[in-house]
Design a protein around this ligand. Structure first.
Ligand SMILES: [Zn+2]
Length: 237
Protein backbone atom coordinates (compact mmCIF):
# COMPACT_ATOMS: atom_id res chain seq x y z
CA UNK A 1 0.00 0.00 0.00
CA UNK A 2 1.35 3.43 -1.01
CA UNK A 3 1.65 5.90 1.86
CA UNK A 4 3.10 9.37 2.34
CA UNK A 5 4.87 10.71 5.41
CA UNK A 6 2.27 13.36 6.08
CA UNK A 7 -0.49 10.72 6.37
CA UNK A 8 1.67 8.63 8.72
CA UNK A 9 2.38 11.68 10.87
CA UNK A 10 -1.37 12.34 10.99
CA UNK A 11 -1.97 8.74 12.13
CA UNK A 12 0.61 9.31 14.82
CA UNK A 13 -1.36 12.32 16.06
CA UNK A 14 -4.63 10.39 15.88
CA UNK A 15 -3.12 7.60 17.97
CA UNK A 16 -1.82 10.09 20.53
CA UNK A 17 -5.28 11.71 20.79
CA UNK A 18 -7.10 8.38 21.00
CA UNK A 19 -4.81 7.13 23.78
CA UNK A 20 -5.23 10.44 25.63
CA UNK A 21 -9.01 10.23 25.25
CA UNK A 22 -9.07 6.64 26.57
CA UNK A 23 -7.09 7.83 29.57
CA UNK A 24 -9.70 10.53 30.25
CA UNK A 25 -12.49 7.91 30.13
CA UNK A 26 -10.54 5.67 32.53
CA UNK A 27 -9.96 8.63 34.84
CA UNK A 28 -13.68 9.49 34.79
CA UNK A 29 -14.59 5.88 35.64
CA UNK A 30 -12.07 5.85 38.46
CA UNK A 31 -13.48 9.06 39.93
CA UNK A 32 -17.04 7.72 39.62
CA UNK A 33 -16.13 4.51 41.42
CA UNK A 34 -13.85 6.29 43.90
CA UNK A 35 -16.12 5.47 46.83
CA UNK A 36 -15.74 8.85 48.55
CA UNK A 37 -19.44 9.59 48.10
CA UNK A 38 -20.43 6.08 49.20
CA UNK A 39 -18.41 6.53 52.37
CA UNK A 40 -20.24 9.75 53.25
CA UNK A 41 -23.57 8.09 52.41
CA UNK A 42 -22.74 5.19 54.75
CA UNK A 43 -21.85 7.65 57.50
CA UNK A 44 -25.18 9.48 57.01
CA UNK A 45 -27.08 6.19 57.24
CA UNK A 46 -25.26 5.26 60.47
CA UNK A 47 -25.98 8.71 61.93
CA UNK A 48 -29.67 8.48 60.97
CA UNK A 49 -29.89 5.18 62.84
CA UNK A 50 -28.09 6.62 65.87
CA UNK A 51 -30.45 9.63 65.88
CA UNK A 52 -33.53 7.44 65.81
CA UNK A 53 -32.13 5.25 68.65
CA UNK A 54 -31.26 8.34 70.67
CA UNK A 55 -34.76 9.74 70.12
CA UNK A 56 -36.29 6.53 71.50
CA UNK A 57 -34.00 6.70 74.55
CA UNK A 58 -34.92 10.33 75.01
CA UNK A 59 -38.66 9.61 74.83
CA UNK A 60 -38.26 6.79 77.34
CA UNK A 61 -36.44 9.08 79.79
CA UNK A 62 -39.12 11.75 79.35
CA UNK A 63 -41.81 9.16 80.12
CA UNK A 64 -39.92 8.04 83.24
CA UNK A 65 -39.58 11.62 84.35
CA UNK A 66 -43.31 12.28 83.84
CA UNK A 67 -44.12 9.19 85.92
CA UNK A 68 -41.82 10.37 88.67
CA UNK A 69 -43.38 13.86 88.60
CA UNK A 70 -46.82 12.27 89.02
CA UNK A 71 -45.57 10.23 91.97
CA UNK A 72 -44.15 13.38 93.57
CA UNK A 73 -47.49 15.13 93.10
CA UNK A 74 -49.39 12.22 94.66
CA UNK A 75 -47.14 12.17 97.72
CA UNK A 76 -47.36 15.96 98.06
CA UNK A 77 -51.16 15.82 97.93
CA UNK A 78 -51.23 13.11 100.55
CA UNK A 79 -48.97 15.20 102.75
CA UNK A 80 -51.34 18.18 102.42
CA UNK A 81 -54.28 15.96 103.37
CA UNK A 82 -52.41 14.41 106.30
CA UNK A 83 -51.45 17.84 107.59
CA UNK A 84 -55.12 18.90 107.37
CA UNK A 85 -56.15 15.75 109.26
CA UNK A 86 -53.45 16.48 111.82
CA UNK A 87 -54.83 19.99 112.41
CA UNK A 88 -58.41 18.75 112.65
CA UNK A 89 -57.75 15.74 114.84
CA UNK A 90 -58.06 15.84 118.63
CA UNK A 91 -57.34 12.18 119.37
CA UNK A 92 -53.75 11.76 120.50
CA UNK A 93 -53.73 8.21 119.12
CA UNK A 94 -54.82 9.46 115.67
CA UNK A 95 -52.29 12.29 115.84
CA UNK A 96 -49.46 9.84 116.55
CA UNK A 97 -50.54 7.63 113.66
CA UNK A 98 -50.79 10.58 111.27
CA UNK A 99 -47.34 11.82 112.36
CA UNK A 100 -45.80 8.45 111.59
CA UNK A 101 -47.43 8.50 108.14
CA UNK A 102 -46.23 12.09 107.52
CA UNK A 103 -42.65 11.12 108.39
CA UNK A 104 -42.80 8.16 106.04
CA UNK A 105 -44.31 10.30 103.25
CA UNK A 106 -41.61 12.94 103.73
CA UNK A 107 -38.88 10.37 103.42
CA UNK A 108 -40.60 8.91 100.33
CA UNK A 109 -40.86 12.43 98.84
CA UNK A 110 -37.20 13.15 99.48
CA UNK A 111 -36.20 9.90 97.72
CA UNK A 112 -38.50 10.69 94.77
CA UNK A 113 -37.07 14.20 94.45
CA UNK A 114 -33.52 12.81 94.40
CA UNK A 115 -34.54 10.38 91.67
CA UNK A 116 -36.22 13.20 89.78
CA UNK A 117 -33.05 15.33 89.86
CA UNK A 118 -30.95 12.42 88.64
CA UNK A 119 -33.38 11.69 85.83
CA UNK A 120 -33.44 15.36 84.82
CA UNK A 121 -29.64 15.18 84.48
CA UNK A 122 -30.00 12.13 82.26
CA UNK A 123 -32.63 13.84 80.13
CA UNK A 124 -30.30 16.80 79.68
CA UNK A 125 -27.39 14.56 78.66
CA UNK A 126 -29.64 12.66 76.28
CA UNK A 127 -30.89 15.86 74.63
CA UNK A 128 -27.31 17.15 74.25
CA UNK A 129 -26.31 13.88 72.58
CA UNK A 130 -29.31 14.10 70.24
CA UNK A 131 -28.36 17.67 69.31
CA UNK A 132 -24.75 16.59 68.71
CA UNK A 133 -25.84 13.72 66.44
CA UNK A 134 -28.21 15.97 64.50
CA UNK A 135 -25.45 18.54 63.93
CA UNK A 136 -23.09 15.80 62.74
CA UNK A 137 -25.80 14.52 60.41
CA UNK A 138 -26.29 18.01 58.95
CA UNK A 139 -22.58 18.46 58.39
CA UNK A 140 -22.28 15.02 56.74
CA UNK A 141 -25.13 15.97 54.42
CA UNK A 142 -23.36 19.20 53.49
CA UNK A 143 -20.20 17.18 52.90
CA UNK A 144 -22.13 14.83 50.60
CA UNK A 145 -23.50 17.74 48.58
CA UNK A 146 -20.02 19.25 48.27
CA UNK A 147 -18.52 15.89 47.21
CA UNK A 148 -21.29 15.44 44.63
CA UNK A 149 -20.80 18.89 43.15
CA UNK A 150 -17.01 18.42 43.15
CA UNK A 151 -17.47 15.13 41.27
CA UNK A 152 -19.83 16.75 38.76
CA UNK A 153 -17.32 19.52 38.17
CA UNK A 154 -14.41 17.11 37.66
CA UNK A 155 -16.47 14.92 35.32
CA UNK A 156 -17.62 17.95 33.34
CA UNK A 157 -13.98 19.02 32.93
CA UNK A 158 -12.97 15.56 31.73
CA UNK A 159 -15.95 15.44 29.38
CA UNK A 160 -14.98 18.77 27.88
CA UNK A 161 -11.38 17.58 27.28
CA UNK A 162 -12.66 14.32 25.86
CA UNK A 163 -15.11 16.05 23.50
CA UNK A 164 -12.30 18.30 22.24
CA UNK A 165 -10.09 15.28 21.54
CA UNK A 166 -12.91 13.39 19.81
CA UNK A 167 -13.59 16.28 17.45
CA UNK A 168 -9.86 16.66 16.79
CA UNK A 169 -9.64 12.92 16.02
CA UNK A 170 -12.61 13.17 13.64
CA UNK A 171 -11.04 16.05 11.78
CA UNK A 172 -7.61 14.35 11.56
CA UNK A 173 -9.22 11.17 10.23
CA UNK A 174 -10.48 13.04 7.16
CA UNK A 175 -6.84 13.65 6.20
CA UNK A 176 -6.05 9.92 5.90
CA UNK A 177 -7.14 7.62 3.05
CA UNK A 178 -9.82 5.05 3.92
CA UNK A 179 -7.77 1.91 3.42
CA UNK A 180 -4.87 3.10 5.58
CA UNK A 181 -7.27 4.32 8.26
CA UNK A 182 -9.00 0.93 8.37
CA UNK A 183 -5.68 -0.84 8.79
CA UNK A 184 -4.67 1.62 11.52
CA UNK A 185 -7.96 1.17 13.39
CA UNK A 186 -7.76 -2.64 13.20
CA UNK A 187 -4.24 -2.51 14.67
CA UNK A 188 -5.23 0.02 17.32
CA UNK A 189 -7.99 -2.31 18.52
CA UNK A 190 -5.25 -4.80 19.46
CA UNK A 191 -2.63 -2.41 20.80
CA UNK A 192 -0.25 0.28 19.57
CA UNK A 193 -0.96 0.81 15.87
CA UNK A 194 1.88 3.01 14.75
CA UNK A 195 5.47 3.47 15.88
CA UNK A 196 8.39 5.63 14.99
CA UNK A 197 11.65 4.06 13.88
CA UNK A 198 14.58 5.83 15.48
CA UNK A 199 17.85 4.21 14.46
CA UNK A 200 16.93 0.55 14.93
CA UNK A 201 14.42 1.20 17.70
CA UNK A 202 10.64 0.86 17.22
CA UNK A 203 8.71 3.15 19.56
CA UNK A 204 5.60 0.92 19.37
CA UNK A 205 7.20 -2.18 20.94
CA UNK A 206 10.31 -0.47 22.33
CA UNK A 207 12.43 -3.19 20.74
CA UNK A 208 15.83 -2.69 19.25
CA UNK A 209 15.46 -4.41 15.88
CA UNK A 210 18.18 -6.81 14.76
CA UNK A 211 19.95 -6.58 11.42
CA UNK A 212 17.63 -9.09 9.74
CA UNK A 213 14.61 -7.01 10.70
CA UNK A 214 16.40 -3.83 9.63
CA UNK A 215 17.16 -5.34 6.20
CA UNK A 216 13.48 -6.31 5.85
CA UNK A 217 12.54 -2.68 6.54
CA UNK A 218 15.17 -1.32 4.11
CA UNK A 219 13.80 -3.60 1.40
CA UNK A 220 10.43 -1.79 1.54
CA UNK A 221 10.27 1.21 -0.81
CA UNK A 222 10.09 4.67 0.83
CA UNK A 223 6.52 5.29 -0.37
CA UNK A 224 5.25 1.82 0.59
CA UNK A 225 3.62 0.87 3.89
CA UNK A 226 6.18 -0.68 6.20
CA UNK A 227 5.47 -2.56 9.45
CA UNK A 228 7.66 -3.40 12.40
CA UNK A 229 8.81 -7.02 12.01
CA UNK A 230 8.59 -7.43 15.80
CA UNK A 231 5.18 -5.99 16.69
CA UNK A 232 3.49 -5.40 13.35
CA UNK A 233 2.92 -1.67 14.00
CA UNK A 234 2.87 0.68 11.03
CA UNK A 235 6.29 2.37 10.98
CA UNK A 236 7.10 6.02 10.44
CA UNK A 237 10.59 5.97 8.99
ZN1 LIG B 1 7.68 -2.66 16.91
Amino acid sequence: MKVNTSELETLFEIQRDILAQRKLVAEANEIRGGGEIDQVRDRIATLSEAISDQRLRDEELERDLKRLENDVELVENRLIKDNQRLNESSSSKDIAGIQVEIESLKSRLSKLEDDELELMDQVEISKAELTRLQAEHLSAEAELEAAKSDLQQKLAGLKQDSDRLISEIQSLKTQVTGELLELFEARLAKGIAIGRLTGSNCSACNMSLNSTAMSEISAVAEDELCSCPECGAILVR
